[in-house]
Design a protein around this ligand. Sequence first.
Ligand code: NAD
Ligand code: UD1
Length: 346
Amino acid sequence: MSTEKILVTGGAGYIGSHACVELMQAGYDVIVIDNLSNSKPESLARVEKITSKSLVFVEADICDKQALSDIFSAHDIYAVMHFAGLKAVGESCLQPIKYYQNNVYGTLVLTEVMQAFAVNKIIFSSSATVYGEPDTVKYTEDLPVFGATNPYGKSKAMVEDILKDLAQADSLSNTENPWKIILLRYFNPIGAHISGLIGEDPNGIPNNLIPYVSQVAVGKLEQLSVFGGDYPTIDGTGVRDYIHVVDLVKGHLNALAALKNTSGCKAYNLGAGKGYSVLEIITAFTRITGKDINYKIVERRTGDIAEYYADPDLALRELNWQTEKSLDDMISDTWRWQSANPNGYE
Ligand code: NAD
Ligand code: UD1
């Protein structure tokens, strides 16, 4: 059991709250900074309920340098898990400044304060979207980070560049406290904690497939639009690599352990290495929940790619991590959360 203190930015959000649970259960002390722009403090109350432990919550923005400095002054932080960020692709196209300000400038402030307090370990929530549209469906980490099609994706690629530059600067300066950075490129996180107490609670009408399907199943939304039925895939619908959120956050704990022996900046895919189509997801959802999903195949969504999934081998070799949960686990855990909390944390 570790007693190190971890600063979790965005810890009240979907993935951050699950990370808090795993960290606290592994014995870490957790300090959360979150501005609650896309979350509710109830998620953290539920984290404490699941773990029977308490965490420190600071309601503040990562762009607020003073608030961050106060946290680093008050706590001897060992490492940062950096989840805080805005993630709605469509909104990022309409409000690019907001996305660059929050995601890119926010990370600059965070890393500046970390450097001032000689905290050198950070794990960053990146995305498979940084690969753009390569000529392959199986993504390896050595593909160029190039061609993200929207400001959200570009903000992730920019932050990756900034973090790589920090490590690069160390290699030129013989510093005694070099950065130790891991970039985790998520594929499609879904599912919820097995307790059904925490899960994904999107604001308004969901953009992503699984939250939409669950809200159709629970009766909140009428019909799912399946975006495109003529892709060159197994059944014409889009194929993605869905990964259980608990598997995903366990990857972060392995990354945290690996940081001890990491120097510089390294990127890893976190995915299952297998894709499922939209129709396969609908069929599995109906089988597991007993709910018929009303759906209609419509036009393709702009910016969507037919099919991609992770090559997860590097994470297995270097982080000793691979997914453990099945698609059935992902769907039954999503359903347990959604049916017990039809209105999320409200
Ligand atoms: P989320 O919106 O549920 O969580 C993000 C949290 O960060 C929220 O609680 C929000 O209030 C907080 N936040 C945002 N900006 C902040 C700021 N400036 N200061 C303080 N807090 C701030 O999203 P999530 O799904 O948990 O995603 C977590 C991270 O993983 C994000 O960086 C996201 O881009 C990345 N990611 C998510 C997915 C996905 O499918 N969910 C895929 C790839 C990458
Ligand atoms: C999307 C984002 C990606 C982001 C990720 C996690 C786009 C283009 N991509 O990925 O940048 O990192 O979310 O936040 O927005 N689908 C439907 N009907 C729906 C919703 C989705 O058919 O109502 C289909 C999509 O066409 C796709 C699959 O379901 O084939 C998965 O979609 P989604 O859950 O939105 O994830 P991505 O598009 O992979």
